[in-house]
Write a protein that binds this ligand. Sequence first.
Ligand code: PZK
Length: 287
Amino acid sequence: MPEAAAHVLSGKVREVYALDEERLLLVASDRISTFDVVHPTEIPDKGRVLTGLSAFWFARTREILPNHLLALRPDGRSMECRRLEMLPLECIVRGYLAGSGWKDYLRTGSVCGIELPPGLRESERLPEPLFTPATKAQEGHDENIDWERATALVGAERYAQVERASLALYRFAAAYAAERGIIIADTKFEFGLDRTGRVVLADEALTPDSSRFWPAEGYAPGGPQPSFDKQYVRDYCEALGWDKAPPGPELPEDVVAGTRARYVEAFERLTGILFEDYLAHPKVVLR
Ligand code: PZK
């Protein structure tokens, strides 16, 4: 636990502490959620996998855009971050048609006011990645919004800036992951402004919790794809017949072990670093 740091925010599976005026501590727990509900059973080391992956991407994308990472703590699950003025926009990039993007397309033929060709199938790769911003909902689900609504929130110039940055980050990471057998179907970025007004990449980035990771092997558009990391938990929950209302069910040992192995596999495939090396020396991801 962080010493002498005030707890300022709780996410479903993460906590934010204030270190001082300039710095925050982001701590990733081992909690897991499916269907937006947190389970009472933890996945050992999940928080370390997510923090390690975020730090890895921050190190490799720093020439595309500066980011908020100041230091990776020796526990492997905590990041000291520069405190920013956050932009009130979820910056989503979609390379494939899934989730709310697929739902919106079925209903309207468009996503965030961007018209798409007819006849696309669920999970199909898009002709070009789309920047599809959403509002930050305090409660419930983020809402996809069009250019008019997004620019009303951040201004047209800022919008153009985060759109360009988001697409560049996604293209870089998706190409990198594809070479390692992982499809990043979509991902969510959050940006903030530093004291000089520069746009800075914040939050976690390009993790399985902020993205849809699919195994490239067996990719088959025309239906939903298995999740790289959470599929054992989802399958177990579906078989249980859980109504997806809180509280989430406890998870059996084999589901926990299988899920932990998938998180570790995503980490090792993407970083090329053995997870045990990360646990021993978290800073290996920054090299
Ligand atoms: C910030 N969040 C979302 C993340 C949560 C909630 N660098 C920053 N400066 C100021 N604020 C934030 C950040 C970042 N990142 C991020 N809310 C505020 C969030 C993790 C857990 F509960």
